[in-house]
Design a protein around this ligand. Structure first.
Ligand code: HEC
Length: 169
């Protein structure tokens, strides 16, 4: 059973990079790295992904406030959209096997994430795409398009939460 708590070094590196606030792209999964397993605290992964979602929520708020200002602040909205896109790109990598509710009591992640992983990835891709649409609209200083993109982002959050996150809150 201990193997459940052993994650590959690839995942450990990705998680630690996320902990360090690294904004760079994650290392591509490297199957050769599984030869040396290093133990990593499941709770660290869960904390890291929760913090990533909090960052996403903060950026979403920043974009909303920027666009609702009497003079819309498009550069701020654009930067926030970029941040959402970068953080959304980290989501899937922060849900490695062995970090579901069976192993991590504090997670709100549902087991279906690992059962329907392609759908989960598609839900994350929707957010990446919606954030890209917002960035394009903000860079074009097109308020109507930016507002439509914000609705798309909201739908991407909601769509994923409805299926993949515990509903009791
Ligand atoms: C691909 C799926 C997915 C998308 C897209 C997504 N979320 Fe989540 N979100 C989750 C899951 C799963 C959790 C539960 C994580 C856990 O508890 O381990 C979560 C948790 C959260 C949390 C709670 C973090 C905490 O501290 O416990 C917040 C806030 C949040 N999401 C906001 C958002 C917002 C805002 C968006 C859209 C801009 C969004 N999420 C998009 C799946 C998603």
């Amino acid at each position: 059973m201990a193997s459940k708590f052993i994650l590959t070094t690839t995942i450990a590196a990705a998680a630690l990079a996320a902990v360090a606030g690294c904004k760079g792209p994650q290392a591509a999964p490297d199957s050769t790295a599984t030869a040396t397993n290093s133990p990593i605290d499941v709770s660290t992964i869960v904390k890291t992904r929760k913090a990533n979602f909090k960052d996403i929520a903060k950026s979403n708020k920043v974009a909303k406030v920027a666009l609702e200002a009497s003079t819309p602040d498009f550069p701020t909205a654009s930067a926030a959209a970029q941040a959402i896109q970068t953080d959304a790109g980290k989501i899937v990598g922060l849900f490695p096997d062995g970090t579901g509710p069976a192993e991590a009591p504090k997670t709100e992640a549902l087991p279906i994430i690992w059962q329907k992983n392609a759908e989960f990835k598609a839900a994350a891709d929707k957010l990446i795409a919606a954030a890209g649409t917002l960035k394009t609209a903000a860079d074009a200083k097109d308020l109507a398009a930016a507002n439509t993109a914000m609705a798309g982002i909201g739908a991407a959050c909601k769509g994923c939460h409805e299926t993949f996150r515990k509903k009791d809150k």
